[in-house]
Each structure stands twice: as structure tokens, then as C-alpha cells.
Design a protein around this ligand. Structure first.
Ligand code: AMP
Length: 395
């Protein structure tokens, strides 16, 4: 499902409305603490302005809760940062579809940029409101989606606007193009063996990912706290580990349907307190004593998983193998990350905690793709089809 990208479109002298993800973290003084999301959009932005396009950027940045000061959620700091990165002025519109946006959009010249105020200041954005979508759509000749983190949402700027621009070019930016290439296309036609490694807290969060990947992978390796719900399903002892008793039946079904594709840990690194200096022991899976809690896969499981990764053609990883934030329970996650970094497989790291873990462990530049989208990347691994991407032009 390759999509036409911004570089396939003639943009000179034309207005391009680009949905970006400038949802950056701010400190208490509204200073940006991490500008990676803005930097990430620069290639798509450059592709428009360097070719004489007139660029209208729109994004959300959190959402003010009732009674909160909305100015804390303004995108103005992002406009200032973008201007520094581009080394050119970036106009800022104090509203999204109001008078200031209209003035700024009409004043655009070739190669110039305006950033509109936070889309979510308008209730129509999250509701996917048709009137709000039509007003935004009317600003531009071309629509570009470069906001992967929001692609699983059907908000106005994601679906309503491109729907309202039918007949005009509607394309992906480079970030979204790359995410689709790896999270969708590479998974649809993987180099085999195709190994998925799934960890994290809850089976309930990952059921659909496990089900979808069991249908297309050769092996699905389970780690993290969700392994203990599977251990319970097999009649094991889990001590005081984090489990979901109401998912035990589901885990039994997954074990039955997965057969030998579904691989569970053979040992567990556990401790008697949620702290680095607790009393620790390594036990066989399903034999966690009372008073102890599983915090990581054990060394034998780590070795086994690393071996399976080393012979894989494609690896997808989502969710840490243990409490990777707390040494020494980062060892299982580290071993898996190291194996992925060392392997010649196409390696795809889902967003969220596994992306954070691969960065924290220093392997991010040794893998093929680290997804930038948490929820969106999980939804794509579930095999979901996103309307926000579907309705864009085919390549
Ligand atoms: P998730 O958001 O579902 O991917 O889960 C990530 C979180 O799961 C991380 O914060 C880990 O610390 C946590 N986690 C992984 N394994 C365990 C475990 N055995 N016990 C408690 N928390 C865990």
C-alpha cells in the first residue's frame, strides 16, 4: 500500500497543508525539553519550501483540561524552535481557522512557512467535525500527512481534511512513508524466519498484536509481566508477580492456538521487593516462590531468545522483557536489544517503551527502524487499517 509522497508532487507556488506532530514536551516555563519531533519533520518541510511551496503547518500539542490555562498548550514555542532550525522566519497564527490564520495563509509567499495554533483548541478537531475540516481544507491546494503518532486517530486534520480535499493531491510526508514501509509493508512480506518479541505489562494491551503476529510470524516470543499471566494459564506459581487473573482464559486460548509458534520464558529473574537492592533469585518459569515477584526474563530465556533473533530474517519488537528502568532487571531487555543490534535481520522496534529502551541502551542506530508512534505503532502491528492513511493517493 505504497502511498504517493510529498516529493512526488509539484509544489512550487502552491499552498501545502501539512499535518505534523509537534506534540513536544514542555517544562513549567513552556520551554521545549525535547525537540526531536520538530527535527523529525524537517525533511518533509524542506521538501516543500526548498521547491518554492507555500507551507501551512498544523499540529496538536496536548489538550488543555477544563479550567487549565490554554496558553500552556500553545504551539508558539514550536514556531520559534522551527525558525531556529530552518534558519528562516516562521509565521505563527494565533488561531486555526480564524481571522489570524486567514491573514497569515493569504500572506504566504513561495518558500514561506506558517504554523497554525494548536488544532485541539477547537473542539471540532477531535470530533472530526465536517465544518472545521472544510475550513482547514479550504486553505490549501495539497494535503500532506507527516504525523504518524496520530495516524490511528480519525480527527479532523487526519481524516476530515483530506476527505474534503478529494480531487487535490493528498500525500504522505517522509516520516509517515517510512513508518508504513516498515510497520506495514515489511511485515506483510517479511524475510523469514519472522520473529516477534512482545513484552510489557499487560496481555490485555497486546492481545490483538499477539493474535495478528501469530498469524504471520514464525515465532512470537513473550516476555515482560505478561509472561506471568501465561504462566498462570499453564498452572504455574507466580508469587506476587503482576498478573491479570481475568485474562488467564484468554492466555490459555492463545497457548492452544499458537502451538509451538508461541514461545514462553523458561526462567524468571525475581525479587522480594520493587527495588534494585532487593533479595533476588533466578527460578524456573512458573516456580516463583511466595513473597517474590517476577521482574525480568531469566538468563536462559535471554540466551534462547537471542539465539532465535540471531537466525531471523525479520524481527519486530514491542515491549520490554522486564523492569528495564531498574538494574539489574534490565538484563533481559538488554540481551534481546543486543541480539537485535547484532543481527542482520530487518529489525523494527515498535514505539513507546521499546523505543525508549533501545535508545537508553544505545542500540538505536544499529536497528533498521525505530517507530516514533506509540499507540499508532501498536495499532499497525495489530493489522489495523488507518482511514487517515487509506484515503491518501496511491503511489
Ligand atoms: P508496556 O507499556 O505494556 O509496554 O509496559 C512497559 C512497562 O512494563 C515498563 O515500564 C516495564 O517496567 C514494565 N514491566 C515489564 N516487565 C515487568 C515486570 N515483570 N513486572 C512489572 N513491570 C514490568
Amino acid at each position: 500500500m505504497a502511498k504517493k509522497s510529498i516529493s512526488d508532487i509539484e509544489v512550487s507556488g502552491r499552498k501545502v497543508l501539512m499535518r505534523v506532530d509537534f506534540n513536544v514536551p514542555l517544562d513549567s516555563d513552556c520551554a521545549i525539553t525535547d525537540d526531536r519531533r520538530i527535527r523529525g519533520a524537517i525533511p518533509s518541510i524542506r521538501s516543500v519550501i526548498d521547491r518554492g511551496g507555500q507551507l501551512i503547518l498544523c499540529s496538536h500539542l496536548g489538550q488543555p483540561k477544563e479550567g487549565e490555562d490554554p496558553s500552556r498548550y500553545s504551539l508558539r514555542p514550536a514556531a520559534v524552535r522551527l525558525a531556529e532550525l530552518l534558519e528562516q522566519p516562521v509565521a505563527f497564527a494565533e488561531d486555526t481557522i480564524g481571522a489570524d490564520a486567514e491573514v497569515n495563509v493569504s500572506a504566504l509567499t513561495d518558500g514561506a512557512v506558517v504554523l497554525l495554533e494548536n488544532l485541539r483548541f477547537n473542539p471540532g478537531e477531535k470530533k472530526g467535525d465536517a465544518e472545521f475540516s472544510a475550513r482547514l481544507a479550504a486553505f490549501a491546494d495539497i494535503y500532506c500527512n507527516d504525523a504518524f503518532g496520530t495516524c490511528h486517530r480519525s480527527h479532523a486534520s487526519m481524516v476530515g481534511v483530506p476527505a474534503a480535499m478529494e480531487g487535490k493531491p493528498r500525500v504522505v510526508g517522509f516520516l509517515v512513508q517510512k513508518e508504513i514501509q516498515y510497520l506495514s509493508d515489511a511485515i506483510a512480506s517479511p524475510r523469514r524466519p519472522f520473529v516477534a518479541i512482545l513484552g510489557g505489562k499487560k496481555v490485555s494491551d497486546k492481545i490483538r498484536v499477539i493474535e495478528n503476529l501469530l498469524g504471520i510470524c514464525d515465532k512470537v516470543l513473550i516476555g515482560g509481566a505478561m509472561a506471568y499471566t501465561f504462566a498462570l494459564a499453564k498452572g504455574g506459581q507466580v508469587g506476587s508477580s503482576m498478573v491479570e487473573p481475568d485474562r488467564v482464559e484468554l492466555a490459555k486460548k492463545l497457548i492452544a492456538s499458537g502451538g509451538d509458534k508461541l514461545v514462553l520464558p523458561v526462567d524468571t529473574h525475581c525479587g522480594d521487593d520493587f527495588s534494585s537492592d532487593c533479595n533476588k533469585q533466578v527460578v524456573a518459569a512458573g516456580e516463583i516462590p511466595d513473597g517474590f515477584e517476577g521482574f525480568d526474563i531469566g538468563p536462559e530465556t535471554a540466551r534462547k531468545y537471542a539465539e532465535m533473533v540471531s537466525t531471523a530474517g525479520t524481527v519486530v519488537w514491542n515491549g520490554p522483557m522486564g523492569v528495564f528502568e531498574m538494574s539489574p532487571f534490565d538484563e533481559g531487555t538488554r540481551a534481546v536489544a543486543q541480539a537485535i543490534a547484532d543481527s542482520s535481520a530487518t529489525s523494527i522496534i515498535g514505539g513507546g517503551d521499546s523505543a525508549a529502551a533501545i535508545q537508553q541502551l544505545g542500540f538505536a542506530d544499529q536497528v533498521t527502524h525505530v517507530s516514533t508512534g506509540g499507540g499508532a505503532s501498536l495499532s499497525m502491528l495489530e493489522g489495523q487499517v488507518f482511514p487517515a492513511v487509506e484515503l491518501l493517493d496511491e503511489a
